[in-house]
Design a protein. Structure first.
Length: 322
């Protein structure tokens, strides 16, 4: 066997050279996908968080609004993005937990195809009635509904929406019969409640809070574990004897499931730093949202539990999408 001495020496010299260090992540702007149009709750929350994340990461975090299919279009883009750390996003309860059970042909599995980052913000869903309603308490409302089954209408923003599923959860827990009337938006739903076109309804707290504070609507209960600082006199459903009514909207940060561990960890640290920032928390509170910031394992378990919970409500009530 003939050995090429020059090749051996060259190979040895190359082996002795220090390995070239990889550039530190991130080296360019990061895309933050929002699956809704500008101005909606997910967009507002993302725009509050993004600047603080940019400061931590040392690169711009750029909002990219990709609306469509109730948030599924944007979440699918997140799930299928290159796993290099330069795309992540925010998903709502509808796109991450409700749509998979509605038979909408969700093109992703929220548990398998997405890596949880952290809860961005939780948005409570109070149950409200018009100010002129004879029902002063939740118990009054339940008694009235039982006295005249099917006589009360509840407003929603469509089949399978959070207001619809929250009302179905309440209906089952209270053992009452109430009739759904669907509207196209939370604003239309609020107007219908004000006009007594519907006698009760659930909606995101920011949509209802101005009317609650003005006395033109009355909140009877909230589906959060604790009372809310915005409306501290309003009891929880648990306090009112209906502990299974557990309804809140939420917006959480997610990334492609196959994202490289280093970038994923960097994004998580930046998100947690943003949500721990006092100014960020103040701004989220002003929007009627409870700031998040839980560990990814906890947020991942929460997504799984929400998929199971709302899937059961959908199946039990034979709910189909609009």
């Amino acid at each position: 066997m003939i050995v090429n001495r020059r090749a051996v020496l060259a190979a040895g010299a190359l082996a002795a050279l220090p390995a070239r260090a990889q550039p530190a992540y991130p080296t360019r702007p990061i895309r933050f996908i929002v699956p809704f149009a500008a101005g909606g709750p997910s967009d507002i929350i993302a725009r509050i968080i993004a600047p603080r994340m940019s400061a931590t990461l040392g690169q711009p975090v750029i909002i990219d609004n990709r609306a469509g299919a109730g948030g599924m279009t944007g979440v699918d883009l997140i799930a299928k993005a290159p796993p290099d750390g330069y795309t992540f996003g925010i998903g709502s309860a509808g796109a991450l937990a409700i749509s998979p059970g509605l038979g909408r042909g969700t093109p992703y599995n929220p548990v398998r195809d997405l890596a949880p980052i952290t809860m961005g913000a939780l948005v409570p869903e109070p149950l409200v009635v018009p100010a002129a309603s004879p029902f002063r308490t939740l118990q009054d409302l339940i008694a009235g509904a039982k006295a005249r089954p099917g006589s009360l209408n509840f407003g929603t923003t469509g089949n399978g929406s959070m207001p619809h599923l929250a009302a179905e959860q309440f209906r089952a827990a209270a053992g009452i019969e109430i009739v759904q009337i669907a509207y196209n938006s939370g604003g239309q739903l609020a107007t219908a409640i004000l006009r007594n076109e519907v006698q009760l309804g659930f909606a995101d707290l920011p949509v209802l809070l101005p009317n609650i504070q003005a006395g033109t609507m009355r909140a009877l209960a909230v589906g959060t574990p604790d009372r809310l600082s915005w409306i501290p006199d309003v009891p929880t459903f648990r306090e009112s004897g209906l502990p299974t009514v557990d309804a809140s909207n939420w917006h959480g940060l997610v990334a492609p499931a196959r994202m490289e561990p280093g970038p994923l960890d960097a994004i998580r640290r930046a998100a947690l730093a943003a949500l721990a920032d006092a100014e960020v928390r103040r701004l989220l509170h002003e929007q009627g949202a409870i700031p998040g910031g839980n560990p990814p394992e906890e947020f991942g378990a929460f997504i799984g539990s929400e998929v199971a919970k709302w899937g059961e409500v959908v199946r039990r009530n034979n709910i189909t999408p609009d």
